[in-house]
Design a protein around this ligand. Structure first.
Ligand SMILES: *Cc1c(COP(=O)(O)O)cnc(C)c1O
Length: 226
Protein backbone atom coordinates (compact mmCIF):
# COMPACT_ATOMS: atom_id res chain seq x y z
CA UNK A 1 0.00 0.00 0.00
CA UNK A 2 1.11 3.57 -0.63
CA UNK A 3 1.78 6.01 2.21
CA UNK A 4 -1.49 7.79 1.45
CA UNK A 5 -3.47 4.54 1.52
CA UNK A 6 -1.88 3.42 4.78
CA UNK A 7 -2.76 6.71 6.43
CA UNK A 8 -6.33 6.55 5.19
CA UNK A 9 -6.67 3.00 6.41
CA UNK A 10 -5.27 3.77 9.89
CA UNK A 11 -7.47 6.86 10.16
CA UNK A 12 -10.45 4.66 9.37
CA UNK A 13 -9.47 2.26 12.15
CA UNK A 14 -9.10 5.14 14.60
CA UNK A 15 -12.35 6.84 13.63
CA UNK A 16 -14.72 7.15 16.57
CA UNK A 17 -11.94 6.46 19.10
CA UNK A 18 -9.99 9.00 21.14
CA UNK A 19 -6.75 8.31 19.26
CA UNK A 20 -5.17 10.62 16.71
CA UNK A 21 -2.42 9.55 14.33
CA UNK A 22 1.13 10.91 14.55
CA UNK A 23 2.95 9.72 11.41
CA UNK A 24 6.53 8.88 12.41
CA UNK A 25 8.66 9.92 9.45
CA UNK A 26 12.15 9.46 10.94
CA UNK A 27 14.78 8.35 8.39
CA UNK A 28 12.19 8.75 5.60
CA UNK A 29 12.59 11.20 2.71
CA UNK A 30 10.61 14.41 2.31
CA UNK A 31 8.78 13.06 -0.76
CA UNK A 32 6.97 10.53 1.43
CA UNK A 33 6.04 13.22 3.94
CA UNK A 34 4.65 15.32 1.08
CA UNK A 35 2.60 12.36 -0.06
CA UNK A 36 0.96 12.23 3.36
CA UNK A 37 0.64 16.03 3.48
CA UNK A 38 -1.19 16.09 0.18
CA UNK A 39 -4.03 13.96 1.54
CA UNK A 40 -4.34 16.37 4.46
CA UNK A 41 -2.12 14.79 7.10
CA UNK A 42 -0.33 17.34 9.29
CA UNK A 43 1.07 15.62 12.41
CA UNK A 44 4.54 14.12 11.96
CA UNK A 45 6.94 12.68 14.51
CA UNK A 46 10.74 12.67 14.43
CA UNK A 47 13.25 11.42 16.98
CA UNK A 48 16.44 13.26 16.00
CA UNK A 49 16.79 17.02 16.37
CA UNK A 50 18.99 17.58 13.33
CA UNK A 51 16.70 15.63 11.04
CA UNK A 52 13.62 17.35 12.46
CA UNK A 53 15.11 20.81 11.90
CA UNK A 54 16.28 19.96 8.36
CA UNK A 55 12.83 18.70 7.41
CA UNK A 56 10.94 21.56 9.07
CA UNK A 57 13.15 24.01 7.18
CA UNK A 58 12.03 22.91 3.74
CA UNK A 59 8.57 21.39 4.28
CA UNK A 60 5.26 23.31 4.57
CA UNK A 61 4.99 25.55 7.63
CA UNK A 62 1.61 24.23 8.73
CA UNK A 63 3.03 20.81 9.56
CA UNK A 64 2.81 20.00 13.30
CA UNK A 65 6.20 18.62 14.30
CA UNK A 66 6.26 16.21 17.23
CA UNK A 67 9.60 15.48 18.89
CA UNK A 68 9.12 11.88 19.99
CA UNK A 69 12.65 10.72 20.79
CA UNK A 70 15.04 11.22 23.64
CA UNK A 71 15.90 14.92 23.72
CA UNK A 72 19.23 16.26 24.94
CA UNK A 73 19.15 19.53 26.80
CA UNK A 74 21.75 21.22 24.60
CA UNK A 75 19.55 20.63 21.53
CA UNK A 76 16.29 22.08 22.83
CA UNK A 77 17.17 25.48 21.38
CA UNK A 78 17.03 24.22 17.81
CA UNK A 79 13.42 23.04 17.99
CA UNK A 80 12.02 25.52 20.53
CA UNK A 81 10.95 28.10 17.91
CA UNK A 82 8.51 25.80 16.15
CA UNK A 83 8.02 22.37 17.76
CA UNK A 84 4.35 21.46 18.29
CA UNK A 85 4.75 18.94 21.11
CA UNK A 86 7.69 17.33 22.93
CA UNK A 87 6.65 13.78 23.87
CA UNK A 88 9.63 12.44 25.79
CA UNK A 89 10.28 14.81 28.68
CA UNK A 90 12.03 12.55 31.16
CA UNK A 91 13.84 14.85 33.60
CA UNK A 92 13.07 18.09 35.44
CA UNK A 93 16.32 19.52 34.10
CA UNK A 94 15.07 18.99 30.56
CA UNK A 95 11.77 20.66 31.40
CA UNK A 96 13.70 23.59 32.84
CA UNK A 97 15.68 23.94 29.63
CA UNK A 98 12.49 23.78 27.53
CA UNK A 99 11.04 26.52 29.72
CA UNK A 100 14.13 28.67 29.20
CA UNK A 101 14.01 28.28 25.44
CA UNK A 102 10.24 28.79 25.42
CA UNK A 103 10.80 32.10 27.14
CA UNK A 104 13.45 33.18 24.63
CA UNK A 105 11.04 32.40 21.81
CA UNK A 106 8.07 33.98 23.57
CA UNK A 107 6.19 30.67 23.39
CA UNK A 108 4.54 28.23 25.73
CA UNK A 109 5.83 24.82 24.65
CA UNK A 110 3.53 21.82 25.09
CA UNK A 111 5.15 18.77 26.67
CA UNK A 112 4.30 15.23 27.71
CA UNK A 113 6.01 13.61 30.67
CA UNK A 114 7.42 10.23 29.72
CA UNK A 115 6.54 7.49 32.17
CA UNK A 116 8.66 4.37 32.39
CA UNK A 117 6.06 1.62 31.89
CA UNK A 118 8.16 -1.11 30.23
CA UNK A 119 10.03 -3.89 31.94
CA UNK A 120 13.20 -3.07 29.99
CA UNK A 121 15.60 -0.88 31.91
CA UNK A 122 16.76 0.80 28.68
CA UNK A 123 13.65 2.87 28.09
CA UNK A 124 13.71 6.41 29.39
CA UNK A 125 11.13 7.96 31.66
CA UNK A 126 10.02 9.00 35.12
CA UNK A 127 8.58 6.59 37.64
CA UNK A 128 5.05 7.36 38.82
CA UNK A 129 6.40 8.44 42.21
CA UNK A 130 8.85 10.88 40.63
CA UNK A 131 6.03 12.55 38.72
CA UNK A 132 3.86 12.85 41.83
CA UNK A 133 6.79 14.23 43.83
CA UNK A 134 7.37 16.79 41.11
CA UNK A 135 3.72 17.84 40.96
CA UNK A 136 3.60 18.20 44.73
CA UNK A 137 6.84 20.20 44.89
CA UNK A 138 5.50 23.43 43.31
CA UNK A 139 8.50 23.45 40.99
CA UNK A 140 5.97 23.69 38.19
CA UNK A 141 5.19 27.24 39.33
CA UNK A 142 8.43 28.42 37.73
CA UNK A 143 7.70 26.92 34.35
CA UNK A 144 5.61 29.62 32.73
CA UNK A 145 6.73 28.75 29.24
CA UNK A 146 5.85 25.08 29.47
CA UNK A 147 2.47 23.40 29.47
CA UNK A 148 2.28 19.75 30.48
CA UNK A 149 -0.59 18.38 28.46
CA UNK A 150 -0.27 14.68 29.24
CA UNK A 151 1.84 11.55 29.47
CA UNK A 152 3.79 9.37 27.06
CA UNK A 153 4.83 5.76 27.45
CA UNK A 154 6.43 2.90 25.53
CA UNK A 155 5.42 -0.65 26.30
CA UNK A 156 7.82 -3.55 26.59
CA UNK A 157 8.89 -4.96 23.25
CA UNK A 158 7.34 -8.40 23.72
CA UNK A 159 4.89 -10.70 21.95
CA UNK A 160 3.02 -11.04 25.24
CA UNK A 161 -0.10 -9.04 24.38
CA UNK A 162 -1.48 -9.29 27.89
CA UNK A 163 1.62 -7.65 29.29
CA UNK A 164 1.55 -4.83 26.74
CA UNK A 165 -2.14 -4.24 27.46
CA UNK A 166 -1.44 -4.18 31.20
CA UNK A 167 1.30 -1.58 30.73
CA UNK A 168 -0.96 0.68 28.64
CA UNK A 169 -3.85 0.25 31.07
CA UNK A 170 -1.47 1.18 33.90
CA UNK A 171 -0.45 4.38 32.13
CA UNK A 172 -4.08 5.30 31.53
CA UNK A 173 -4.94 4.65 35.19
CA UNK A 174 -2.02 6.80 36.34
CA UNK A 175 -3.13 9.55 33.96
CA UNK A 176 -6.63 9.49 35.50
CA UNK A 177 -5.14 9.62 39.00
CA UNK A 178 -3.07 12.68 38.13
CA UNK A 179 -6.04 14.34 36.46
CA UNK A 180 -8.16 13.96 39.56
CA UNK A 181 -5.44 14.95 42.04
CA UNK A 182 -3.64 17.91 40.54
CA UNK A 183 -4.65 21.23 39.07
CA UNK A 184 -2.15 23.85 38.07
CA UNK A 185 -2.00 26.69 35.56
CA UNK A 186 0.85 24.91 33.77
CA UNK A 187 -0.90 21.56 33.70
CA UNK A 188 -3.71 20.60 31.33
CA UNK A 189 -3.82 16.82 31.18
CA UNK A 190 -5.58 15.70 28.02
CA UNK A 191 -3.19 13.51 26.06
CA UNK A 192 -1.84 10.00 26.43
CA UNK A 193 0.74 9.23 23.77
CA UNK A 194 1.02 5.45 23.56
CA UNK A 195 1.09 2.87 20.79
CA UNK A 196 3.39 2.23 17.81
CA UNK A 197 3.10 0.04 14.70
CA UNK A 198 3.21 -3.20 16.65
CA UNK A 199 0.89 -2.32 19.49
CA UNK A 200 -1.29 0.65 18.58
CA UNK A 201 -4.52 -1.34 18.50
CA UNK A 202 -4.05 -2.35 22.13
CA UNK A 203 -3.03 1.20 23.02
CA UNK A 204 -6.11 2.64 21.34
CA UNK A 205 -8.33 0.17 23.19
CA UNK A 206 -6.71 1.24 26.46
CA UNK A 207 -7.38 4.95 25.89
CA UNK A 208 -4.50 6.33 23.82
CA UNK A 209 -5.09 9.79 22.35
CA UNK A 210 -1.96 9.77 20.16
CA UNK A 211 -0.59 6.74 18.38
CA UNK A 212 2.91 7.16 16.95
CA UNK A 213 3.10 5.01 13.83
CA UNK A 214 6.12 4.78 11.55
CA UNK A 215 6.92 1.53 9.78
CA UNK A 216 3.32 0.54 9.07
CA UNK A 217 2.93 3.76 7.09
CA UNK A 218 6.34 4.34 5.57
CA UNK A 219 7.79 0.83 5.45
CA UNK A 220 10.59 -0.71 7.48
CA UNK A 221 13.55 1.49 8.34
CA UNK A 222 16.96 0.15 7.42
CA UNK A 223 18.57 0.18 10.81
CA UNK A 224 17.63 -1.86 13.82
CA UNK A 225 18.16 0.19 16.96
CA UNK A 226 15.55 2.89 16.52
C1 LIG B 1 10.28 5.11 15.92
C2 LIG B 1 9.33 5.44 16.99
C3 LIG B 1 7.96 5.14 16.84
C4 LIG B 1 7.37 4.46 15.63
O1 LIG B 1 7.78 3.14 15.56
P1 LIG B 1 7.15 2.11 14.50
O2 LIG B 1 7.33 0.79 15.15
O3 LIG B 1 7.93 2.26 13.25
O4 LIG B 1 5.73 2.46 14.32
C5 LIG B 1 7.12 5.50 17.88
N1 LIG B 1 7.58 6.11 18.99
C6 LIG B 1 8.88 6.41 19.16
C7 LIG B 1 9.30 7.08 20.41
C8 LIG B 1 9.79 6.07 18.18
O5 LIG B 1 11.10 6.38 18.35
Amino acid sequence: MSVADQIKSINQELEGTSAKLIAVSKTKPNELIIEAYEIGHRAFGENKVQELVDKADVLPKDIEWHMIGHLQRNKVKYIAPFVHLIHGVDTIKLLKEINKEGKKNDRVISCLLQVHIAEESTKFGFSEDEIEDFLESHLLDEFEHVKIIGLMGMATNTSDQAQVRREFAGLKAFFETLKSKYTHAHLNLNEISMGMSGDYKLAQEEGSTMVRIGSTIFGARNYSNN
